[in-house]
Structure formats: structure tokens, C-alpha cells
Design a protein around this ligand. Structure first.
Ligand code: GLC
Length: 438
């Protein structure tokens, strides 16, 4: 090894490069991941293979041809990330169809014991938050239609009925898996007894995102979230949705692609850091694809990569390394922060920034319909990683376009999609309930 300063620097750089090289996925690798994902999606849709498919392709009961829609005020709830949100959303009718706008909102942090205690505790907390919101806005007396954005894998039986298959993203409340989530919410509201709500629809955040972008662009038929978790939904022909009877029209399918890899499909791409993140999570062996990219795990993943770099004196002088030692010490928002700083001062772009640039190469995928040779498609996207990370978006768009050369893809960033989308779906559900009730 050269003993002069410059030589040392070069040697260090080379060593760091060597560590980071593991993160580079070749174009062929991405295509391989893409093909495997496509195969799992097809298996998820089919009745005879659905059970063992890792990508569940869950029917949402959100259909392509709504028979009209109500207008007015809706209460939207959003559970699925680090916070719980309550929103009042106005739905109206315009020239291009129904629009929605958030008029009031409040964010509540979810205490650890509500996330990991019992389902009753969690849903009691949720109804306490709703009660607080209604008090604040003097709306306790109103019985509003309510749309619930519940961002976990749910097997729907209808738009307002669905059982939770399994928790993801660090939630663990006991007694919820295998149960009807809308039922748990209604029970908690009843238990509380100080307000009434008409829970008319439950949707995944990907679905709410897609629906919220639809007013802006009628070709929007994919919704994607890259936030705490990672998932996508899209409109599928009914005759391909074998889990639901009927052949006519289309239905939105919640892919739950975060679970891709749970049957070993990603084994050859997982690095020691990915395995460590998985092993220390609340759901080891599950949501492996999500753990490569979701904000819930990204900070920890980067911390695990940084540690050996620091110990081998490839990054900083080892001072400060003890701050990086505790699990969870490097938050996902720091990743965005470091990247932003590195971009502003490109000449001193350091190894930390490179770590994430390369890591974020992990398997990006085009929408399933796009792979089937479509011409033009619009994708509604939301989530903290997509919105706040300074380069994720550009790289994602570029990779998707490169991998699907025959498609013209437009990306729309959704604003308040979870709340507005839930209200729009509820507005349709209300109308149907009204028609059935006649
Ligand atoms: C997780 C959930 C999924 C959700 C996604 C984004 O993957 O299982 O339902 O859409 O996170 O929030």
C-alpha cells in the first residue's frame, strides 16, 4: 500500500468503492427482477396459484364504472404510516367529473403501545382522535359518511368489508389479523358512544392515490406509494381478477408487491445489510421487497452500511462512530438530508451520498400494464421517499422509462391523495348504498 497521503486516500477510495460495488444492479438484473415480479403477479391473480403466490394481487372492489356519486362533506381517516390523520374533505362535481378538496385536517402521532398492543387499544385510540377532531371543529352532532384509508394487506369482501391478512411496517396490534377492519372501527366508535359515523368505504393508500389523480388525468390507472412502505395498485380487466366473480369492466387490484421476495425470489440480490434489517424487524421473512426501499427501513439499512466504513476508517475519522452504533440511530430523513447537502456541494460529495445512490438502484419496476405493451399510461405517486428524497424520483422515472421503452409514462405526484381518494371512493359507495336502499 502506498504510504504517502494521496496514496492512502486512493487506497481508501478503492476500498469504499469495493464495498459499494455490491449495490450496483446491472440492467439484466433489473430485468430479471421485473420478469419474476410479473410472474408472481400473474400467479397472485389466478385462483389456483393465488394461495402460494408471494404477490397477493388483492381485489379492492373499486370498479371502473361507478354509477354516479354523492357530493358533500366526508370524513377521511388515514392509517398506515408513522402518523394517523383525520381529514374533512369536500367532494363536488365539475366538468371533468368529481373533484375533492381537503378542508380541515389534523395529524396525530401513534403511540408505540397503540401500534403493538391490542386491536381494541388501537381502534379506541383512533376513535379518540376522531372525537378530538370533531370537538375542535364543532362537528360532533354530524353523522358524516366516512372513508378509511387503511394501508395494509386486506382481503376485501366488499368496499366496506375486508379482513386484515397481516400487519406490515412495524404495526403489530394483536387481534386484528384475520378480522374485519371496518367492523373493528365501527365497534370502537360504538364503544366510545359520543359521536356517530357512517363508515362507507375502506381503501388502500395506493388506491386512494390513484383515484385522487384521476380527476387530473383520465389515463391514471396506476397508484404507487414509496413512503414508510412500498406498494402499487392498478386497474385490471375483470376477467383476469379470478378471485371475484364477473367478467365485465375493470377492478382496481392492490398488488401488495412489498411482499415480493418472501418466497425466495430476491435471494440472490439480498445483501448482508438487507438480511440484518429483515432479521431485526417485527416481521422477519416478510415484506422483503419493501424492506429494500421503504422509508421504514432505509435509514437503518444505510446505518448498517456506514458502520463498517467508519470502523475501517474509510469515511470519517472513527470519532462519532458510537453515535451510529444503536439500531435505528440513523433516520431515513437523514438519508435525504445528506443527499441534499451532497447535491448542493457536488465537489465534496462524500461516500455517504454514494452509499444511498447505489442502494437506491435496488429493483425498480414498471407498472404491470406497462409491461403488457401499453402506449400511454399515467401513474399517481405519493410517499415520503418519493417526495422528499432529492434524487429518488429522477432515478426512478429514468429506470422505469428505460425498462419499458415502448410505453409513454406520465407520473403525477398526488397531494393529500389518501384523504381525497378515500372521500371520492366513499362518495361512490354512498350513492350505491342509497340506490340499494330504495
Ligand atoms: C405496505 C402495506 C401496503 C401499503 C404500503 C404503502 O406495503 O402492506 O398495504 O400500501 O405499505 O403504505
Amino acid at each position: 500500500m502506498p504510504d504517502d497521503g494521496a496514496g492512502m486516500e486512493t487506497a481508501k477510495k478503492e476500498k469504499a468503492e469495493q464495498i459499494l460495488a455490491e449495490f450496483r444492479l446491472q440492467e439484466e438484473d433489473l430485468k430479471k427482477v421485473m420478469r419474476r415480479m410479473q410472474k408472481e403477479m400473474d400467479r397472485g391473480l389466478r385462483l389456483e396459484t393465488h394461495q402460494e403466490a408471494s404477490v397477493k394481487m388483492l381485489p379492492t372492489y373499486v370498479r371502473s364504472t361507478p354509477e354516479g356519486s354523492e357530493v358533500g362533506d366526508f370524513l377521511s381517516l388515514d392509517l398506515g404510516g408513522t402518523n394517523f390523520r383525520v381529514m374533512l374533505v369536500k367532494v363536488g362535481e365539475g366538468e371533468a367529473g368529481h373533484w375533492s378538496v381537503k378542508t380541515k385536517h389534523q395529524m396525530y402521532c401513534i403511540p408505540e403501545d397503540a401500534m403493538t398492543g391490542t386491536a381494541e387499544m388501537l381502534f379506541d385510540y383512533i376513535s379518540e382522535c376522531i372525537s378530538d377532531f370533531l370537538d375542535k371543529h364543532q362537528m360532533k352532532h354530524k353523522k358524516l359518511p366516512l372513508g378509511f384509508t387503511f394501508s395494509f394487506p386486506v382481503r376485501h369482501e366488499d368496499i366496506d368489508k375486508g379482513i386484515l391478512l397481516n400487519w406490515t411496517k412495524g404495526f403489530k396490534a394483536s387481534g386484528a389479523e384475520g378480522n374485519n377492519i371496518v367492523g373493528l372501527l365501527r365497534d370502537a366508535i360504538k364503544r366510545r358512544g359520543d359521536f356517530e359515523m357512517d363508515v362507507v368505504a375502506m381503501v388502500n393508500d395506493t388506491v386512494a392515490t390513484m383515484i385522487s389523480c384521476y380527476y387530473e388525468d383520465r389515463q391514471c390507472e396506476v397508484g404507487m406509494i414509496v413512503g414508510t412502505g412500498c406498494n402499487a395498485c392498478y386497474m385490471e380487466e375483470m376477467h383476469n381478477v379470478e378471485l371475484v366473480e364477473g367478467e365485465e369492466g375493470r377492478m382496481c387490484v392492490n398488488t401488495e408487491w412489498g411482499a415480493f421476495g418472501d418466497a425466495g425470489e430476491l435471494d440472490e440480490f439480498l445483501l448482508e445489510y438487507d438480511r440484518a434489517v429483515d432479521e431485526s424487524s417485527l416481521n422477519p421473512g416478510q415484506q422483503l421487497y419493501e424492506k429494500l426501499i421503504g422509508g421504514k427501513y432505509m435509514g437503518e439499512l444505510v446505518r448498517l452500511v456506514l458502520l463498517p466504513l467508519v470502523y475501517e476508517d474509510l469515511l470519517y475519522r472513527a470519532e462519532g462512530s458510537e453515535q451510529l452504533s444503536p439500531p435505528g440511530a440513523f433516520e431515513t430523513r437523514f438519508v435525504s438530508h445528506v443527499e441534499t447537502c451532497a447535491r448542493r456541494r457536488p465537489r465534496i460529495q462524500n461516500v455517504i451520498s454514494k452509499v444511498y445512490c447505489l442502494d437506491s438502484e435496488h429493483g425498480r419496476l414498471p407498472s404491470p400494464r406497462a409491461q403488457r405493451g401499453c402506449v400511454h399510461i399515467t401513474m399517481g405517486v405519493d410517499g415520503s421517499v418519493y417526495k422528499l428524497h432529492p434524487i429518488f424520483k429522477e432515478r426512478f422515472h429514468a429506470s422505469v422509462r428505460r425498462l419499458t421503452p415502448s410505453c409513454e409514462i406520465t407520473f403525477i405526484q398526488s397531494e393529500d391523495g389518501s384523504g381525497r381518494g378515500a372521500a371520492l371512493v366513499s362518495a361512490v359507495a354512498c350513492k350505491k348504498a342509497y340506490m340499494l336502499g330504495q
